[in-house]
Design a binder for this molecule. Structure first.
Ligand code: GCU
Length: 645
């Protein structure tokens, strides 16, 4: 079954139109094995004929370098377009590159161009549960309907997963963890008696070169194995993991490995046994090692039962404090998975200092494609520019985040929604994540163009789409929490404004607004000392109220409302100005979308229009609550005399 045959499901960036340049061509694929077969199937499906005297040739070099496991080289001479790879996965990535190029792949001569992925693993984490969770729904932080893997506790028909695999492969993604990092009771069994379901999903992903990973509970030996302990140094525990992992590989020979959230937000972990996180990660790494598997060990560990009165604990510090001292202690197949910012996927955060603090550890940087804190796929918010900023950030001397990270991982935004992602324009985020993970230096706006071309076709009003999406992340930032302060969302579901919603909770996410000022003092001089976790120059830049960039000012400093920013405005006036401007900009986005009427599928048009209406409403709500809150706190009037309630 193919994507276009899946009734009612949008073909996203692989509609038949995207293959037009390949249709009716003669194609040869030299190579054997499932991935080479997939390339042949894709060519035929595109409408090509398999022939010896081909004008599009896919060929293995028989080498293992320099293109590696997944890279390819493309060239064109004498009327033949040639895709070379050392391994079959490279042929598949080369095929989708040809799709992206379209006619250009078959015009004139092309010098040899090599494409090798920057990150060896480009991974999506699904936060899917088998059944509907009473608080979180089925997909935790999911805004696109139910899981594509399970329904009402049982495995679904996997036709959609096969279509999904194809979409992901076309972006360059090569690994998927299929269940929630918060592993509840039923999901724990995917490791043992329900591993057959994981094997079935792996079979759906395999033809597209994507490996399946599983989130597991650190307490599995107790919960599933009936052992009295899950202590990582206990021989019986080690034997249990070795045996269990061996069985997993019997069912799934190319199984990717485990993902673990330990000692975090109530999940069990090594601290319960007085052991370190290196002990915990190494336990699983050791079990996976004989089979070539890896463990992704999350660094999202902090005290979520903090007393808000306690000013000495700083959640931003937690990951570094826990993990930096362990650098060098992790096994080679353990990967420390670090959220890009020190708190939790906020619209604006500084880069996590952990990424530079672990030179002897494999580090994966974790992003959030699902828009938990960026409008929950009701707001149009193209995240490509944010991720690009993160990846290009020179955290350690000249070395960027992309250079420091071995891998890029992101929380998926996909569900069983007909558009895959709830908001049809949120497809662009999924697409951009895969492309940036393959090549972090790509221009996010060019990626957006690719997505538009493939998905909506070359004839739509591109200017209107760019007008809506290009700055949508900065627009979102402008009408929500100001200047990097973060967490002014409604507790629990995290949608919409609630300035003090988290201010007196145990979660460690405070803004400390009072009548005089706002922000968190994280300096070494007078605050929590978090700035000291950064290498130079950032430890000095962030420490200094003068040098700290405006957009992060309130993350690092508590300042009076009258403090003058680099942009010349006072903090309070900046808050008013950006909130009025942001909400206005959203109205403009809604007007721009009307220009697409008649150019895109009517149902898609309507879906986006509805979402933009909600974004207009929600942005006004944000503007009014934030402005009113700070007006009441500070007593400072808006210099432009606009309406504040
Ligand atoms: C956020 C999110 C949780 C999630 C957690 C995580 O806090 O709200 O739903 O479990 O991140 O990344 O583990």
């Amino acid at each position: 079954m193919s994507t276009d045959e899946l009734a009612g499901v949008h073909p996203a960036w692989l509609p038949p139109r995207a293959f037009r340049a390949i249709a009716a061509r003669r194609v040869a694929v030299h190579g054997t094995g499932p991935l080479a077969d997939t390339v042949r199937e894709e060519a035929v499906r595109a409408g090509a004929t398999l022939a010896e005297d081909a004008e599009l040739v896919f060929k293995l070099t028989g080498d293992r370098a320099p293109l590696g496991d997944e890279g390819f080289a493309i060239s064109r001479a004498g009327g033949v377009t040639l895709v070379l790879a050392d391994a079959p996965a490279g042929l598949l990535h080369g095929f989708f590159h040809v799709v992206r190029l379209g006619e250009a792949a078959f015009t004139g001569e092309r010098p040899v161009e090599r494409h090798v992925p920057a990150m060896r693993r480009r991974m999506l984490d699904h936060w899917d549960n088998l059944d509907v969770h009473p608080v979180m729904g089925q997909v935790e932080r999911g805004y696109s309907g139910g899981s594509i893997f399970w329904e009402a506790g049982a495995q679904r028909d996997l036709a959609r997963v096969r279509a999904y695999a194809r979409l992901l492969a076309a972006t360059g993604i090569n690994a998927v963890a299929i269940n929630n990092v918060n592993v509840h009771r039923a999901e724990a069994h995917l490791l043992t008696d329900r591993v057959g379901e994981v094997a079935a999903v792996a079979a759906a992903f395999r033809p597209y070169g994507i490996r399946v990973h599983l989130s597991v509970s650190f307490a599995s030996p107790v919960v599933l194995g009936g052992l009295p302990t899950a202590d990582p140094l206990d021989p019986a525990v080690r034997a249990w993991w070795a045996e269990t992992t061996w069985r997993v590989y019997e069912a799934i020979p190319d199984f990717g490995g485990y993902v673990v959230k330990a000692d975090s937000e109530g999940q069990p972990g090594p601290f319960g046994y007085g052991r370190s996180h290196a002990d915990g990660a190494n336990l699983l790494a050791e079990a996976l090692e004989p089979f070539g598997g890896v463990v992704h060990w999350r660094a999202f560990v902090y005290n979520h039962r903090q007393d808000w009165r306690d000013r000495s604990t700083d959640r931003a510090r937690a990951a570094y404090d826990h993990f930096a001292p362990l650098d060098g202690q992790f096994r080679d197949n353990a990967i420390l998975q670090v959220k890009y910012g020190p708190i939790d996927f906020q619209t604006r955060e500084p880069i996590s200092p952990v990424i530079a603090a672990m030179p002897a550890t494999n580090v994966a940087v974790e992003l959030q494609v699902t828009q938990e804190y960026t409008g929950q796929q009701r707001h149009a918010c193209y995240l490509g520019p944010m991720w690009s900023e993160v990846l290009r950030f020179p955290l350690a001397g000249h070395v960027t985040v992309a250079g420091l990270a071995e891998e890029l991982v992101a929380v998926s935004n996909v569900g069983d929604d007909p558009y895959w992602t709830g908001h049809p324009l949120a497809q662009a985020n999924l697409y951009a994540f895969g492309r940036l993970a393959w090549e972090p230096s790509l221009d996010p706006l060019s990626i957006l163009d690719e997505w538009v071309d493939l998905t909506l076709g070359p004839d739509v009003d591109r200017e209107a789409l760019h007008g809506i999406l290009d700055d949508s992340w900065r627009t979102y930032e402008s009408y929500t929490a100001p200047l990097g302060v973060g967490f002014m969302v409604r507790p629990g579901h995290h949608y919409g404004p609630d300035v003090d919603g988290y201010e007196y909770t145990p979660w460690g996410t405070y803004h400390f607004a009072d009548r005089d000022g706002v922000g968190v003092d994280r300096t070494r001089a007078t605050g929590t000392g978090f700035t000291g976790q950064y290498p130079k120059p950032w430890s000095d830049v962030y420490e200094s109220v003068e040098r700290c960039p405006d957009e992060l000012l309130l993350f690092f400093h508590h300042v009076p409302y009258g403090h003058v920013l680099h942009n010349g405005a006072t903090v309070i006036q900046h808050i008013y100005d950006t909130h009025f401007a942001g909400a206005e900009r959203v109205e403009e986005m809604r007007r721009l979308w009307d220009r697409l009427d008649g150019q895109v599928d009517p149902a898609l048009f309507e879906r986006v229009r509805e979402r933009l209406d909600e974004q207009v409403r929600s942005a006004a709500e944000w503007r009014d609550q934030i402005n009113t809150y700070f007006h009441r706190k500070s007593g400072v009037p808006d210099a432009k005399g606009r309406r504040i309630y």
